[in-house]
Design a protein around this ligand. Structure first.
Ligand SMILES: CC(C)(COP(=O)(O)OP(=O)(O)OC[C@H]1O[C@@H](n2cnc3c(N)ncnc32)[C@H](O)[C@@H]1OP(=O)(O)O)[C@@H](O)C(=O)NCCC(=O)NCCS
Length: 166
């Protein structure tokens, strides 16, 4: 009987995010805030100085946080996805309920379009399920190409409206 054996080098690997990744998560948060090249760039200080964005990474890792980092063959982080719970008194942009964690995602520019985003989302969903998380929320602007990625990974729209004012 003939059989075929396949292998594919995806060029990167995935691991759990740790406290050592705090700075990299800030990098990815800054990338997410600045997703639209047509807009004025928000600096790292601005992102960390604004409660509405800083609270996605503040004190990483906090109890309940869950994250996955993609690393290149040399071990350098190239992308990250993470989940954090928010309360009704301090909701994230994608807030749905206090027991539904919100997802943040970013990939460094040189690695975009190579499957890292898909891989991170799939792995995050697997690890979240393993931790008893059954629902995940997020917010994405309509024009962001990331939206298609989320739809392909099974996210569905629960609310839509105008983007919040900066
Ligand atoms: C959105 C983002 C995380 C996607 O990561 P990625 O590693 O490029 O994703 P993938 O390679 O798995 O590609 C996912 C899809 O998005 C498309 N895509 C989205 N943004 C892209 C970009 N900037 N460059 C290339 N492809 C992009 C790909 O073509 C691909 O389409 P496909 O599923 O039909 O093949 C990444 O582009 C990024 O960090 N963008 C800036 C930060 C951001 O917008 N974060 C999300 C905020 S809600």
């Amino acid at each position: 009987m003939e059989y075929l054996r396949y292998g594919r080098d995806i060029g990167f690997s995935l691991r759990a995010a740790t406290s050592d990744d705090a700075e990299f998560l800030v990098d990815m948060l800054v990338a997410a805030v600045n997703w639209d090249p047509a807009r004025e760039v928000a600096s790292r200080d601005q992102v960390l100085g604004d409660r509405r964005t800083a609270h996605y990474v503040e004190g990483w890792p906090q109890p309940g946080d869950l994250g996955v980092v993609a690393v290149d063959p040399g071990g350098q982080p190239i992308g990250a996805v993470w989940l954090r719970l928010f309360g009704t008194d301090d909701p994230g942009y994608g807030f749905v309920a206090a027991d539904i964690p919100e997802l943040s995602l970013g990939v460094v520019p040189a690695w975009r379009g190579k499957g890292v985003g898909h891989a991170l989302l799939t792995e995050m969903a697997r690890r979240a399920a393993g931790s008893g998380v059954t629902r995940i929320c997020l917010s994405v602007e309509r024009a962001n190409r990331a939206r298609r990625l989320y739809v392909e990974e099974g996210f569905t729209t629960v609310e839509s409206g105008p983007a919040p004012t900066p």
